[in-house]
Write a protein that binds this ligand. Structure first.
Ligand code: ADP
Length: 448
């Protein structure tokens, strides 16, 4: 087992990793930009190293600075968290070339799944159901049109290197195809430096359901059920829950087994999430995330496991600490992402947090790096905390969520907290009756 781990991230996820390390008796090294000198992850870690100025490209994405920080402190492994360098295959490779351990999958697996075209072709070959569409990247409008004619409109043009919903265009009819194709390609080139795009059927009212997997280097592969992440704004998840209100036990077992077979065939290592769209009782693979997800705590809540601890064990060559038949889901969990944003316009609201009070009590978990007197810097993602609530069933979970959210106090900046309070009283939400477009429609109908 490692003695010291460097956490190449900031905010709540850096704290999350630090906590797992501490419970395992592993020392931690925090890294930070000059804007984050007073951040909680720096205060809690055993050691810290300043790796650059505020801009993420010069600090949290600064590979030479991170490797140097490992050398200076004697850290043996790097945990990338999510975002930043967590799905950067070159980084994983460089870390390994320096004799350090990247806590995550191999660079080859990150690369394979990071390109959505090769990911989809691979998953299809491994028997995972995919959204109907082109067999790979499409080269020009004529080829896109041929695919669209075959699968029928509406179709979606997607960037092979896409992420965060960029490089994606919905095409309702043939006349719109050429413009959409060209603009998706230009956006993909500008955002990801790669203009390959592919075409798939645009599903009208699906849910977003993802399966959590964990695999060790001894052939152990388990799945930890699903998370329903259908509540999205601009393709960004806002609230996640497990289990999905829409899935029955048979479908859960069936998709879980299909995913396990594929992951075993791949020889994948570490935690991973296979994302699907789910419509009319059928699953359609869209992408695989080769890292810890923001929403991993809902899975931890219902299965009673520590996914970061498993990541670290696996990276150090140990076996998974549980087998599939030792895993039982208990009750229901919901996570709300709290952003420092105006709850109506979603404009970022960085600044001084004059007073912070975190909810507590039975079944309530807060993952946040906030404290009273903390100044939220304007340079990074606006996520300031996650409220995760667990109950014996969905109803109890919802009651607890309303109660816990009402206790949250963040004075000095605006947060998306009030938005959730309104959402919790909506009948469709309470009934679990929603799909990927539901939230945007609800926001439009409820004065944003
Ligand atoms: P990104 O990596 O940019 O987030 P994804 O492939 O994960 O892209 O898709 C993000 C979201 O876009 C999905 O959660 C879903 O809401 C929507 N989406 C993606 N593919 C389709 C599709 N074929 N039909 C309908 N919606 C889709």
């Amino acid at each position: 087992m490692f003695d010291k781990i460097l956490i190449a991230n900031r905010g709540e996820i850096a704290l999350r990793v630090h906590r797992a390390c501490q419970e395992m008796g592993i020392k931690t090294v925090a890294v930070h930009s000059t804007a984050d000198a007073d951040a909680m992850h720096v205060r809690l870690a055993d050691e810290s190293v300043c790796i650059g100025p505020p801009s993420a490209t010069q600090s949290y994405l600064n590979v030479p600075a991170l490797i140097t920080a490992c050398e200076l402190t004697g850290a043996e492994a790097i945990h990338p968290g999510y975002g930043f360098l967590s799905e950067n295959a070159n980084f994983a490779q460089i870390v390994a070339e320096h004799g350090l351990t990247f806590i995550g999958p191999t660079a080859d697996h990150i690369r394979l799944m990071g390109d959505k075209v090769t990911a989809k072709v691979t998953m299809k070959r491994l028997g995972v159901p995919c959204v109907p569409g082109s067999e790979g990247a499409v080269e020009d409008v004529a080829e896109a049109e041929a695919v669209a004619n075959e699968i029928g409109y509406p179709v979606l043009i997607k960037a092979a290197s896409g992420g965060g919903g960029r490089g994606m265009r919905v095409v309702a009819k043939r006349e719109e195809l050429a413009d959409a194709f060209n603009s998706a390609r230009a956006e993909a080139k500008a955002s990801f430096g790669d203009d390959s795009v592919y075409v798939e059927k645009y599903l009208s009212l699906p849910r977003h359901i993802e399966i959590q997997v964990v695999a060790d280097s001894h052939g152990g592969v388990v799945h930890l059920g699903e998370r329903d992440c259908s509540l999205q704004r601009r393709h960004q998840k806002i609230l996640e829950e497990a289990p999905s209100p829409a899935l029955n036990a048979d479908d859960r077992v069936k998709i879980g087994n299909q995913v396990i077979t594929a992951i075993q065939e791949l020889g994948y290592l570490g935690v991973g999430t296979i994302e699907f769209l789910y419509e009319n009782g059928r699953f359609y693979f869209i992408e695989m995330n080769t890292r810890l997800q923001v929403e991993h705590p809902v899975t931890e809540a219902i299965y009673g496991v520590d996914l970061v601890r498993e990541q670290i064990r696996i990276a150090s060559g140990q076996k998974l600490s549980f087998a599939q038949d030792e895993l039982t889901a208990n009750g229901h969990a919901i996570e709300c992402r709290i952003n420092a944003e105006n709850p109506k316009t979603f404009a970022p609201s960085p600044g001084l947090v004059k007073h912070y009070h975190a909810p507590g009590g039975l079944g309530v978990r807060i993952d946040s790096a906030l404290y009273s007197g903390y100044k939220i810097p304007p340079h990074y993602d606006s996520l300031i905390g996650k409220l995760i609530v667990h109950g014996r069933n969905r109803n109890e979970c919802l009651m607890r969520l309303r109660r816990a959210m009402s206790e949250l106090v963040v004075d000095g900046v605006e947060t998306t907290g009030p938005l959730f309070q309104r959402l919790f009283s909506d009948a469709d939400f309470v009934n679990g009756d929603y799909h990927i477009h539901w939230l945007e429609r609800w926001l439009a109908a409820n004065g944003k």
